[in-house]
Design a protein around this ligand. Sequence first.
Ligand code: CA
Length: 693
Amino acid sequence: MLSASFIRLLGLAAALIFYSVSSYAQVTDTALANAAADNAQWLSYGRDQGETRYSPLIQINDSNVDELGMAWTFDTGSFRGLEATPLVANGIMYASRPWSSVFAVNARTGEQIWNYDPQVDRSTGWKACCDVVNRGVALYGNKVYVGTIDGRLIALNADTGAVEWEVLTVDPERPYTITGAPRIADGRVIIGNGGAELGARGYITAYDAETGVQDWRFWVVPGNPADGFENPDMEFAATTWSGNWWEVGGGGNSWDSMIYDEELRLVYVGTGNGSPWSHEIRSNGVGDNLYLSSIVALHVDTGRVAWHYQTTPGDNWDYTAVQPLMLADLAINGILRKVIMQAPKNGFFYVLDRESGDLMYADPYAEINWATGVDLETGRPTETPHARYQDALTMIMPGPTGAHNWHPMSFNPNTGLVYIPTLQGTVFPYAIMDDYEFTPGSWNLGIEFDSFATQEVLPDFAYSPGTGPATRSPGALLAWDPITRQPRWAHDYDFTINGGTLSTGGNLVFQGGADGFMRAFAADDGELLWEVDLGVGIMAAPITYQLGGIQYVAVLVGWGGSSGLFGPNFDGEYKPQGRLWSFRLNGDEIIPVKGQPLPEITALPFDDSPELVADGYDKYSTNCMVCHGAEGISGGPIADLRYASDATYGNIQAIVREGAYASLGMPNLSNALSEADVDSILNWILSRRALLE
Ligand code: CA
């Protein structure tokens, strides 16, 4: 009989062997190619090569999901938006958070292994249109790759978090940012950027994953023809432009979706909106403006265009096609077709043949009024007469947030359904700016922003899934059938923007909500099977993995992003402290996060006369709202001004007009706001604060 101490020694030896194996295990091309069948891990942003975010795991399923409990939590220490998809390899979970910092935790326990902060200069935060978020890292070899909000691509040692190499991917003089997750493509690491709202020329770049040496760059739009074209793709694209688009930049920034198809050796990229937004201002209202708002297939060895499909020719509405791309093999009319699918902002769900780029289907998945449909022969949308708001301010659906944004969708091969976090009925008052001038370092949309008065959507002007006028709620989880081209079921929400989705072999779809609830639905019929309050709005997509015979579901919870900047954390009562949650069966009780309550302040006088409050709101909405939130209910990621301390209120002139908080990202606004203006804004803030008491 073995002694107890000998058994402990055996255990120690096994642990050492396990440790050395996990320490030296590599995320290889083979591992990435076989990721779909790898139940233990989640190796890349979309889990498998098609980025379907489907896991075959069945331990947690439609009969027991309501018994989920807490496995562990990890507090991120952040109060801004959490958008990242965590990755799991060799029992370690890697994720990113605001300001592009990365952490590694034990995926069984949540215990921190290492932490890396790229020390982004906070004064560059203004370049981020939509919060200083990060959607995740890539794993390859023994490295972890992250793009930073100030435009760097950094390779870290997966065991230690130490920097292996670092490269600046942007011109720091221009307003580029990186929020998207890098992708791996045959020994390369690929990264894009954002910036089209402020004035930029978009591109993606491929670097050698081992060394960081640049391999190729795909420019989304042409530069100044007088400078010569980088390649024939740009020369061709320039024939679809007019005017001096290069002065502002043209846009097209690919800030989110990229997929590598190892079989066809193509990298598919979703490209962004025009810069400025207005087609009239950007390109004299002339031309399709390639390769804006397109799905572009690039040869992995050269970065040159293999084919392209433009979802929104002559973009005029911030209709990016950067939304998640997904590869699947679908039996259509009895023939197995290799397809690529996307639900971009413009409200149409596209199915394309990914070998040829031919459009197969395009159908509205949300209420829209800019087009009545897409001609499947020409591939072009049929625009409505008022869509280009050429004569007057026009209420267009969807608005710039899109009918679907970056929040990942998932595909379940058992149900054949794509689970899309949709925004139903977003609408925006578009009007062309009369006296537009390019202002470097500022927003450059070419759109009037003084027209937010209530407007009616023109009658007989809206098209929705199926036939007839739409009846959906502000947001909906849509289970879209890409073959019958209809939603099979939907779950309507009272709020617009909700989290990404995960689907599993247990007949489940997981999604977090803006209301801070995590939910699970039956994948086949949409029945709500589980919901639990986590206390803070959820944007990120959940993942699942299995270790030691236990299936876990994990999600990052933290409100922010463009939605958080403009709107409240749903309950509006607490600062949105970030937390990584992991769930399992037979887990512990789930207790929601609660942040700090309203701080005590000494009585500060404010004048609630309507004229003064209106003046304060006027100044606030023009100068502060984009970051601190609309209507003063910014339970969002940047300082909620209602929760400030006595000292902050007392120091407001120095903060706003002398740059006292410049190191925290608060710019000096002395050229825009007088001392009296700031007093007026403070009066308004205090009036909003009083509503909380
Ligand atoms: Ca945009």
